[in-house]
Design a protein around this ligand. Structure first.
Ligand code: ADP
Ligand code: ADP
Length: 222
């Protein structure tokens, strides 16, 4: 599903060069739920951004669902990303001025051939699944952290992506809400068969996934 071969990432500014990833080789199967762990600064977010096609490697290749992404131009890349990859962030990244339904509908706005009626039905369907159908007209500022993250997950899956990438999805939540979010991610994996890659600092959450990949200083160590 996701293959990285010989991936390096070097950030260059005028004075400094940072080797954020060094020779990363990864194979993630369809339907796997993988955790990425390691200390702060070891390259986890960089890795997730590269898998999510938000950033490009300095060296090496990224193949997603059989497609070599290095050959794609920018518009093909964003179309491919919009169709196949959903993102969940630690800090939710909801738009404060849009209500829940409009936040969740956003990814469909960039998709051709989706009518207003289909969009509304899809929004209602995912919000019902996530237990938020009674919060459609609320704004993010009126919700708890756990509810915000459920809205963000609804937005991540509304376009029905095969791959969901989560960067510390429970990092800003208390343990009860964090547990709730983990149960949702497990359902997206087990019931829907989506491939999930999650960055986490939480060992017990990671142990409940199929595989833990550990990083240190930009390198895979385990
Ligand atoms: P993690 O997510 O594990 O905390 P990151 O992927 O954010 O690690 O960062 C890996 C390394 O790359 C760090 O040393 C960080 O300082 C550096 N880095 C990340 N983003 C940039 C950037 N845009 N420009 C320069 N250096 C960066
Ligand atoms: P933190 O503040 O701990 O880094 P965030 O959830 O804000 O956690 O961000 C996690 C990662 O997602 C970071 O590497 C960041 O660069 C990236 N990111 C944040 N916002 C966006 C966005 N709107 N689009 C793409 N990438 C983003």
């Amino acid at each position: 599903m996701i293959t990285l071969k010989g991936v390096d990432k070097i950030y260059r500014t005028k004075e400094i060069e940072t080797l954020a990833l060094e020779n990363v080789n990864l194979d993630i199967e369809k339907g796997e739920f993988v955790s990425i762990m390691g200390p702060s600064g070891c390259g986890k977010s960089t890795l997730l951004n590269i898998i999510g096609l938000l950033d490009v490697p300095t060296n090496g290749t990224v193949t997603i669902m059989g497609d070599k992404t290095g050959n794609m131009n920018d518009s093909r890349l964003s179309e491919f990303r919009n169709r196949n990859i959903g993102f969940v962030f630690q800090s939710f990244h909801l738009i404060p001025s849009l209500n829940v339904a409009d936040n969740v509908a956003l990814p469909l706005a960039y998709r051709h051939g989706v009518s207003g009626k289909e969009r509304d039905e899809k929004v209602a369907e995912v919000l019902t699944r996530l237990g938020l159908s009674h919060r459609m007209r609320h704004f993010p500022g009126q919700l708890s952290g756990g509810q915000c993250q459920r809205v963000a997950i609804a937005r991540a899956i509304i376009g029905d992506p095969q791959i969901v990438l989560a960067d510390e999805p429970t990092g800003n939540l208390d343990s009860t809400m964090g547990q709730e979010v983990m149960e949702i991610l497990h359902a997206l994996n087990k019931e829907d068969g989506r491939t999930i890659v999650m960055v986490t600092h939480n060992e017990s959450q990671a142990r409940m996934t199929d595989r833990i990949i550990r990083f240190f200083d930009g390198r895979q160590v385990e």
